[in-house]
Design a protein around this ligand. Sequence first.
Ligand code: RUQ
Ligand code: CUA
Length: 616
Amino acid sequence: MKFGKWYVPMVIGIIAGMVAGNIVIQPDGPAPTMSSSQIASAQNKAFVPPGQHDEYYMFSSGGHSGQMFVIGVPSLRRIRTIPVFSPDSATGYGYDERTKELMGGFSWGDAHHPSLSETNGDYDGRFVFINDNANNRAAMINLKTFHTEQIIGPIPNIMGPHSAVFVTPNTEYFMMGTRFSVPMDGSYKDLEQYKESYNGALQAISVDQETGHMTPAWQLKLPPWNFDLSDAGKGPSDGWAFLTTYNTEEATHLLEVNASKNETDYVLAINWKAAEQAVKDGKFEEVNGQKVVDPEKVPGIVYAVPAAKSPHGVDVSPDGKYFVANGKLSPIVTAYDFEKFKQAIESKDFSDEVRGIPVVNYDSVKAAEVEVGLGPLHTQFGTDGYAYTTNFVESTVAKWKIGEWKVLDKVTVHYSPGHGSAAEGDTVSPDGKYFVALNKLAKDRHLPVGPSHPENMQLVDIEGDKMEIINEAPIDPEPHYAQIIKADKINPVKIYEKDENNPDAIWSEKDARIERNGNKVTVYGIAVRSRFYPDEIKVNEGDEVTIHLTNIDLDQDITHGFGINLYDVNFEVQPGQTNTIKFKADKPGVFPFYCTNFCSALHQEMQGYMLVKPKE
Ligand code: RUQ
Ligand code: CUA
């Protein structure tokens, strides 16, 4: 393969840029970046008047907050935070029994890439999935309720599933590639044994089409490299997944230098239908209860395609004909022609083999190298083959076009964009119109709030020839990726259906009661504007208390909370919902409980007493 030598000095500059950033903070706030006519036009396009709804939902990862943010586009208003991997005292997430169990003993997660469910390659508005890079988990949020319904993991044999989650076009699976390599069986091995005893992995998760429930399906054993991002093929490339690699140097220390030595790393192209078949044919090994396929022993599943220098994102074009690797340490985006890739593997047009994986001849499959700018990380698509790449180092978004393979426009963003998200921009039919740059640094863009600043989202109008920034908003750490879906594709329920079969629920105050069985006390309670039944709960010190609470206000947005003073207990019941909390009455005394969620003019009266009788 021939990557020109011209970019080598640039790479050194890029590495320096990655470290230092290229931003000078203005002591008195930012220099004006818009003229008054630009401001007027931006106001027209991005303003959503009070009482009107946004045209799109954006589902954004909350990064190491562990949560998911729901944001309106174009207003960029944050509408909701959905608790996923971290507790949320406001909603009682992580406190009530259901969500405590979901969290599985962890108190945080590192959410990176949301993925909306798809039908025929288009978002269908049923579910959204997200990975936890820290604890090898994935979560499913049901978009009927906007509640996290399932979390799976920690999944054995994988470590740091960063290149996740990206659903296949009919949500059959999503794939999770690992950022870290470890001894796959979970054993202890010294780092000196890295090359022989450590491995990366790809985890396929299958999805139940009715419920959205996730099941670990199979795993691929991969070389001890770092796998960064992935994307699923579509159309002609359906059945394939693409995965970027870095640290093919297999370094274990000072990766900043030692993982940047090779001129090329790879995109791995994975024939997941072949992997599925291998599992059906029994060509796997069972490791910690997981089905592990070793591509060295089962050829035809994994191929490597050279890519310039530690590529970051990999993105499949809407028509599925190209996959593009974003250079990160090289100022190019490389587009590969999927048809040529298939021909190359059929005719065994390989230039090399690495760890038993055939390396496809770069020049045979490359469609183009697009010089997009410094530090390209991710690409999203618009209509008619337009593509938008975020350049981290130079703080720009570059617009280019499939087929023309050259930059047509650039807009400066503030500052250092990671991912970008275009309206339905990774589906088979992107909408164009909006692109949100998810900038890692805000620096001087908002009122200063101490040494650390929020992240910064900027809305770019991509309808015309020239891109234009028309809105921006600060956001808590940390949107990695986000997906933007047309609002009318999502139809949330207004209340929880009354579930007469739930043994924990009661629907009339006449059924409210406290049952005792030895030292176990069970409360069947009701929350209704503006009282609790019962409003006196008398227990003995040391009792195990279970409270089932049903909100019988079948009325949209009338949520009640239930907090007990000094008992570290708070949870909520949404309209029609039954929730359960368990705790030990280990402190004797008198403890008021009260509704924590403002629900009516008599909300302040919505209270009661828990009396904990001391041990004799
Ligand atoms: S990564 S800034 Cu966690 Cu998605 Cu590219
Ligand atoms: Cu119920 Cu406030």
